[in-house]
Design a binder for this molecule. Sequence first.
Ligand code: ZN
Length: 178
Amino acid sequence: MKVLPKTQFGDPILQTRAKDVSTSFLKTTACKTLIKEMIYTMRRAGGVGIAAPQVGKNLRLAVMEMRPTPTRPHLERRGPVVVINPTILKLSKKTVSDWEGCLSLQGVRGLVPRAERVTVEYTNEQGERVTEHAEGFWARIFQHEIDHLDGVVYVERMQDMKTLMTVDEFKKRVVKKR
Ligand code: ZN
C-alpha cells in the first residue's frame, strides 16, 4: 500500500473549493484505490481524518477514523468512514473550543471553536446518500474535514492566535495540565 504525498499549508489546492465526486468516478478502481490509500496514509500519519485536497486531489472526498491517541486517550473508536460530497444540514448554536492539528500543517496545534453538534448528509463508500448526527470530537472531525473541501484550514477558524503552538509546547502547557 502506498503512502500518498501530502500537500502542505500554503498550497493553493488547500485554499480552493473542491469539485463534487461524480457517480461514475465513484465506481472506478481509481476511486476505490484512492480511498484505500487515503485511509492508509491517515493511519500511518496518526491522523483522525484526511481530505482529498490534502493528497493533491481536487475532490469532495474525505476519510475519518477516530481512536484513542496519546494526547486523547479517552476517545472512542469510530470508522473508518468515507465521506463523499458532504453537505452540512445543521450546526448547533452551542460551540466548544478544543485543540486541533492538521496533517497539512504538521507540528503545531491550535484552539478552535466549533459547533458541538452537526448534522451532515453525504454519500458513503457504497454510493448511498446518508444523514448522520454527530457530536463531540467526531462532530469536530466532520467540520475540520468539510472545511478542507471548502478550501478552509483550521487556523482560519481560530479566535485566539496566541493558542497556536508547537506540539512540544502543547504537550508542556496543555496535555500535562489535563
Ligand atoms: Zn486538516
